[in-house]
Design a binder for this molecule. Structure first.
Ligand SMILES: [Zn+2]
Length: 247
């Protein structure tokens, strides 16, 4: 099908540049960085900080999701985020990240690859802004994981390693856009419907419902939702948002 032909070149580039990435991370400086005082404004340091939370040993999927949650919290702490809606800029403004909006097949929300200077995150320009925010964070998690997926995601009887990587990216996106702590305080302040929370956090209603389900905040309530169609999941990347319902 047409969509599968769009990405092989990018995939190849992504894999080919692993060693280049590491080299750049070690040796390159740029003018911007000379003026940086804080880790939060140095994209490479942020990536190093987030990658340092990945243990140097294989993890199971439960732990991989906990790591995604930890990484989200670390990123929020680095940027002193204390209220919603969380700005996409905490990722989009990183010096080594470039975000572009392109015409992608409707089954594809975004892609990411290293272009030898930056991590380029391409978002489907036809998607709703809430979807684009979610995809941005989803793709950023793939970038954090780059080179470490073999440790984080090991195929089991339920999910392949690739499926786990996609679900962990969804989990990270939910955790960064709806941090548990902020979600709890929003809930305590009276925002107790998925639509009110979605508006507050600038996410889709289904993303809010998945996050509510993950955090068990709505345990006393009975929110009925349907998992999204997962058929296109093999394409890179259509966040499924279905994790909360499949666990
Ligand atoms: Zn993905």
């Amino acid at each position: 099908m047409g969509t599968t032909e769009v990405f092989p070149r990018q995939e190849k580039t992504k894999h080919k540049t692993i060693t280049t990435t590491i080299k750049l991370q070690t040796h390159t400086t740029n003018r911007k960085e000379e003026h940086m005082h804080h880790e939060t404004t140095d994209g490479r340091s942020v990536l190093v900080a987030l990658r340092s939370l990945i243990p140097d040993r294989p993890t199971d999927f439960t732990e991989a999701k906990q790591i995604a949650e930890l990484q989200a919290n670390r990123l929020l702490a680095l940027f002193n985020v204390t209220e919603g809606a969380v700005s996409s800029e905490i990722v989009a403004s990183l010096p080594r990240v470039r975000v572009i909006y392109v015409d992608l097949p409707s089954a594809v929300s975004g892609t990411s690859h290293w272009d030898k200077r930056h991590w380029v995150i391409a978002l489907n320009k036809n998607d709703a802004p809430v979807r684009q925010r979610f995809t941005l964070m989803h793709e950023f998690k793939h970038i954090i994981d780059h080179g470490r997926t073999h440790l984080l995601y090991v195929s089991n009887s339920r999910y392949t390693a690739a499926e786990q990587a996609e679900r962990a990216a969804d989990h990270f996106a939910g955790a960064i856009l709806m941090p548990k702590r902020l979600l709890k305080s929003a809930w305590a302040s009276g925002l107790q419907t998925s639509s009110a929370l979605a508006r507050y956090f600038n996410v889709s209603i289904i993303a809010a419902e998945v996050r509510l389900s993950q955090t068990r905040l709505n345990a006393a309530r009975d929110i009925v939702t349907k998992p999204l169609n997962n058929a296109s999941h093999a394409l890179h990347c259509r966040p499924s948002l279905a994790e909360g319902f499949l666990l």
